[in-house]
Design a protein around this ligand. Structure first.
Ligand code: ATP
Length: 139
């Protein structure tokens, strides 16, 4: 494959590198919708939702990485995702995510009863992180 038809993808978090690969396409979820990036796409910087980053490695292989928000920078066929937290599908501990989901649901219920707006927002985001991990671990 010619160099200019390949993307280099790396996903990093404050704890270090989570994913590095070459790919044909990367698909991310931004607040304004899904964005697919192919080789020679124009440079872009976009923030990312709590969702999957999908990396089409080739016709037979696609990797899914759970990201808990952050941003993507794309330039000169290099895609760099900087995420608050990120896990490759095979590294997701589904039981842990199920426990986090339950905890977040309990916290949401308490926050609603006590009218604690900040706690409600925090626990809704924790719930989204947990659901995202569960969904990706099941694919
Ligand atoms: P928990 O309550 O289970 O810690 P959390 O959503 O609060 O979940 P984060 O603060 O987003 O966790 O992440 C803390 C660290 O733990 C990060 O390195 C993240 O990649 C990792 N992590 C969180 N949940 C999981 C999971 N279910 N499987 C694997 N790694 C996870």
């Amino acid at each position: 494959m010619a160099e200019d038809s390949v993307l280099t993808v790396s996903i990093v978090t404050p704890d270090g590198s989570v994913y590095d690969n070459n790919a044909e396409m990367i698909i991310v979820k931004t607040p304004s919708g899904e964005m697919g990036i192919l080789p020679n796409h124009i440079p872009v910087i976009a923030s990312l939702d709590i969702d999957a980053v999908r990396v089409k490695v080739n016709d037979n292989e696609e990797d899914e990485i759970a990201v808990s928000g952050g941003f993507i920078e794309f330039s000169k066929n290099v895609a760099t995702v900087v995420a608050n937290a990120a896990e490759c599908q095979e590294d997701i501990d589904e039981n842990r995510a199920q426990a986090a989901k339950k905890r977040a649901e309990q916290m949401i219920s308490t926050a609603k009863q006590t009218h604690n707006v900040d706690e409600l927002k925090r626990s809704e985001i924790a719930l989204r992180r947990a659901i995202n991990r569960i969904n990706i671990s099941k694919h």
